[in-house]
Design a protein. Structure first.
Lengths: 382, 592
């Protein structure tokens, strides 16, 4: 009786399991509409193109955006920050190690944890285009590369001085809107992005995105062609303007955004009204397949990792490629320490000859020893 | 069965203990109050790993040693590495000889292993690029054109197995314009096992450590020996940070405390650290009682074998005692230093150097380096090393070395002339500075007119001439901030590889040299001028050749003036019509 009961129990358990398996594998749910955005990773390229102390506000703009994207979850390894000049430890800065984007000095946007990837003279048009198109020399480290793929959403934020169809870099060269459009096309052809949100805060910013022709780019500029973008306010303590108007209101908007909030890009566009910004922010949505009401701000400013659910089972076979090769290692040379101060500079060669002679004696003694052993063996066998 | 199982386990443990070398981490803070009132705080974080740097397979398991850095050094076959990032100039007059001397800006010296001796320049180029990413500094600007291999100035600080005694495996470069800020400290801190979460590194508050007179962070890697026969190599990674603070600027008085210097007191020691100590230089206090230290130190060390003898108060943050208890209390460990009688007597070192620019105009210039030996009896052996970027064209025949205005010949000279855009000029001199005398080294150079595209965006700022490096063998450890030694730690728990030899290094001032800059707006001017000329010359010719000549009515006014006069008359008629009509209008209004 007792074994029969046990068998029944066993069968019941097996049936339960089978039922569960059928539930999981039998009904294949349609997962295509689970996620509105198809990206799996987020990147940000934040560029300040202006040198010199009086352009403090451009560095502050960039750092404030950097803080916001970092707060919303993009790690330093996925942010390429380019700052054309150092403001935090500038000799003119009375508060070293700080950059404030507001005269009330509440948040130090430079902060205690900052990684600037390209700085000073490194911020050039060539480097910028090389970074976004991925055409960098082999020795450039990972932290200075945009390692995006066809599932990456990229935020490109640029600020500096510009004009109709160009943006100045370091006050010595400029990137034209056509060059920028071609670079984005190159990125698209190399499958380096899924979607791009391009934001630029400069005079006549609209001209920077007018020439774009690659798909999946959403662009916004701080002003129309023929309009100037203005700065917001100055800090009397340091005597320079600390933030630009457009970026100021974008930041104000981003303050309310949390990693899980459903705020859309459309709300951002509605928020930055010409009345606030004192110039007309111009948007470009025709290249973008989705409606702005559907795009979340966190699709670009945050790093929301979407999990892909797959109905098929994939086997992940790990084959250890790194087999430790047990070679017959050559005996390492002995370690020795050298003089810390050359007693006689000419003595170097003497030292060398001494070393040489000592090694020679070592060899000689070895050979002699070997010969001795050989002869000894010979004599024993004889 | 179980016995064999246990045996296997033991064997695996035994093996792993061999595969993964022993790692130790030590954190130390050395504080020296200078007679001038300034305070040196010197952080030293040492990671010791019993591993052979030549054994690449050993660098696959990391415990305390930073993995990102370990991967770099194995990839590029580094044997010894010294990197420093400095802001400010070490004032030898006020502070004596620096503990970790460094040139202003960035400085990098690397010895490579023999196995890459054929491709060192390639490895060096890649290494600088990778380090620039690691430390967020523009070290990628180190190229062949500012790299040199000094023969005698730089010596390995650790042990080596290299078969070369010369400098062929050494590469040295300095970037005097490099700015150092939080962005460099952040990755530096991330290499520490405790980051800045706990321990002495938690004092590094970037808001305060850049509000100082001098700060220099460095990372040094070398191999030392665990035993006296040098059978077991030990890899030493030392991260140091020297900060010179002026307490008067910080808090208005000469007294200082950890809270005043760093914003908060110390609340923990790094749990991963084997030793965690704070040392304060209290030399001379037992005789003249010029200051007081609170709380009482764990012990006081007397270094009598040095001349002059020194005294250090040691606070042990580990183990059992009053100090670890203080750490865990609410107020934390706050070291308070109060002056009772501050004698403002600064003892200037007897050997120091000074360098400046000579010459005038935009074509020629020169430098003069003066080395002073104020010692009455001892002569000092020195090596002077200087790299001139190629845009300062050096003339060797103008080299004059004088001892008290008498021209002499140096004992040793190594000169490698520059090649434009390829390599810098290297000058290395060895000589002895006689007692109570001044040695001056004079050299003249031409300022090169660079190509238009070679100028940086702020060319008018000028170009930096890196510091000259003076290596000197002093006769005593007087005026050194800490007795020179080659040991890993302050409190010698590990047997040193060398005895103190009083060899110091000094850096001269970085010089800013304006080079002739072209008129950058010239191309635009040329375009404008050409357009004007073309418009005038070609335009009139075009007019002449295309327009038809016509007969003109002689009664019509000719010339510009006549036409203008006629037009004005017409305008006048329009604006002020003749009186008659006006009267008529008035009449009509009346009629209405």
């Amino acid at each position: 009786m007792a074994p029969d009961k046990g068998r029944r129990k066993f069968i019941l358990v097996v049936f339960c399991f089978l039922f569960l398996f059928c539930e999981v594998y039998g009904a294949s749910p349609d997962l295509t509409n689970v996620f509105s955005s198809k990206h799996t990773n987020n990147w940000a390229v934040i560029v300040c193109t202006s040198r010199f102390w009086f352009n403090y506000r451009h560095v502050a703009n960039s750092l404030a955006i950097y803080r916001s994207v970092k707060r919303l979850g993009i790690p330093d390894s996925h942010i390429i920050l380019m700052l054309a000049d150092d403001m935090a430890c500038n000799a003119r800065n009375p508060r070293p190690g700080t950059v404030f984007s507001n005269a009330n000095q509440q948040t130090n946007v430079y902060g205690d944890d900052v990684e600037v990837d390209y700085r000073g003279y490194e911020v050039t048009v060539e480097n910028f285009i090389r970074v976004i198109t991925g055409r960098l020399p082999a020795s450039v480290p990972r932290s200075k590369r945009l390692l995006s793929d066809d599932r990456s959403n990229i935020l490109v934020y640029m600020t500096g001085h510009g004009g109709d169809g160009f943006l100045k870099f370091q006050d010595s060269e400029e990137i034209s809107s056509i060059e920028l459009a071609d670079a984005f096309e190159q990125m698209w052809q190399k499958q380096r992005y899924h979607e791009i949100f391009f934001m630029v805060d400069t005079c006549q910013a609209q001209s920077m995105h007018q020439e774009f022709y690659s798909p999946n780019i959403l662009a916004v500029g701080s002003s129309k062609v023929g309009e100037d973008s203005l700065s917001h306010h100055s800090d009397p303590e340091i005597g320079v303007y600390v933030v630009d108007r457009y970026t100021y209101y974008v930041l104000q908007f981003l303050e309310r955004v949390e990693p899980n909030s459903r705020v859309t890009i459309d709300e951002l566009f509605q928020y930055t009204t010409p009345r606030l910004v004192h110039s007309t922010p111009s948007t470009r949505t025709d290249l973008f397949p989705r409606e702005t009401q559907e795009i979340l701000v966190t699709d670009f400013f945050g790093s929301v990792r979407n999990i892909e659910l797959s109905n098929s089972t994939k086997l992940l076979i790990h084959e250890s490629k790194h087999k430790v090769e047990h070679q017959n290692k050559p005996i390492p040379r002995p370690l020795r320490s050298l003089d810390n101060f050359p007693s006689e500079p000419e003595a170097v060669s003497e030292h060398f000859t001494f070393k040489f002679s000592s090694s020679f004696f070592c060899l000689l003694s070895l050979v002699l020893g070997a010969m001795g052993i050989h002869f000894y063996n010979l004599s024993v066998t004889l | 069965m179980s016995a064999t199982w246990w045996g296997c386990c033991c064997f695996v443990c035994f093996l792993s203990s061999f595969v993964v070398g022993k790692e130790d981490f030590h954190e130390e803070l050395y504080i020296k109050p200078f007679p001038s009132g300034d305070v040196l705080t010197y952080f030293q974080f040492t990671t010791l790993w019993s591993v052979d740097i030549r054994d690449k397979n050993a660098f696959s398991h990391y415990n305390l040693f930073p993995k990102s850095f370990g991967q770099i050094i194995t990839k590029y076959s580094v044997e010894e590495l010294h990197l420093s990032l400095t802001q400010g100039f070490w004032n030898t007059h006020l502070w004596g000889y620096a503990m970790q001397p460094a040139s202003p800006g960035a400085e990098l010296a690397v010895w490579f292993q023999d196995e890459v001796s054929q491709s060192i320049d390639k490895e060096w180029r890649s290494l600088t690029n990778v380090l620039s990413g690691q430390f967020c500094a523009s070290l990628n600007f180190i190229k062949a054109e500012n790299t040199a291999s000094p023969n005698v100035s730089f010596r390995r600080r650790g042990v080596t197995s290299s078969k070369y005694n010369d400098s062929r495996t050494l590469r040295y470069s300095s970037l005097p314009r490099e700015i150092v800020c939080t962005e460099n400290l952040t990755p530096w801190k991330k290499l520490l096992p405790c980051d800045s979460k706990s321990g002495l590194s938690s004092l590094l508050n970037s808001l305060l450590i850049y509000k100082v007179k001098y700060h220099s962070m460095s990372i040094n890697l070398r191999t030392i020996c665990e035993d006296s026969e040098c059978q077991v190599p030990l890899l030493e990674l030392q991260q140091t940070l020297s900060i010179v603070t002026d307490p008067v600027l910080r808090s208005g008085g000469y007294d200082w405390s950890l809270r005043k210097l760093f914003g908060h007191s110390l609340r923990s020691s790094c749990p991963l650290a084997t030793t965690s100590k704070v040392l304060v230089d209290i030399t001379g206090n037992d005789t003249d009682f010029s200051f007081s230290l609170k709380p009482k130190p764990t012990r006081i060390i007397l270094k009598a074998e040095e001349e002059p003898s020194r005294q250090f108060a040691v606070y042990n943050l580990k183990g059992k005692g009053k100090i670890p208890k203080l750490l865990s209390s609410d107020s934390g460990f706050n070291l308070v230093f109060k002056w009772k009688r501050r004698h403002n007597h600064v003892k200037v070192p007897y050997f120091f150097a000074h360098r400046f620019l000579t010459g005038y105009g935009e074509e020629h210039a020169g430098i003069q380096c003066e080395m002073y030996n104020h010692h009455k009896t001892a002569s000092i052996k020195i090596v002077y090393f200087q790299v001139f970027p190629w845009h300062f064209r050096i003339f060797l025949h103008t080299l004059r070395i004088r001892i008290n205005d008498v021209i002499i010949k140096p004992e040793y000279i190594d000169y490698v002339p520059s090649r434009d855009r390829e390599r810098p000029t290297k000058l290395e001199l060895a000589l002895a500075v006689p007692p109570d005398s001044i040695v001056t080294v004079n050299l003249e150079f031409d300022r090169v007119f660079l190509k238009w595209t070679e100028h940086p965006p702020d060319a008018h700022h000028g170009f930096y001439l890196p510091s000259g490096v003076i290596t000197a063998k002093l006769i005593s450890s007087e005026n050194t901030t800490f007795p020179t030694s080659h040991e890993s730690l302050f409190s010698p728990s590990i047997k040193g590889t060398k005895t103190a030899d009083n060899v110091i290094r000094m850096y001269t001032e970085v010089l800013l040299v304006p080079l002739p800059t072209p008129d950058f707006s010239m191309p635009y001017n040329v375009i404008c001028l050409t357009c004007t000329v073309v418009a005038i010359a070609f335009g009139s010719l075009y007019n002449l050749s295309t327009k038809r000549l016509q007969e003109v009515d002689p009664r019509e006014p000719t010339g510009i003036l006549g036409k203008l006069k006629q037009k004005l008359l017409k305008l006048k008629e329009k604006l002020f019509p003749p009186r008659k009509s006006e009267d008529k209008q008035k009449d009509s209004k009346k009629n209405d």
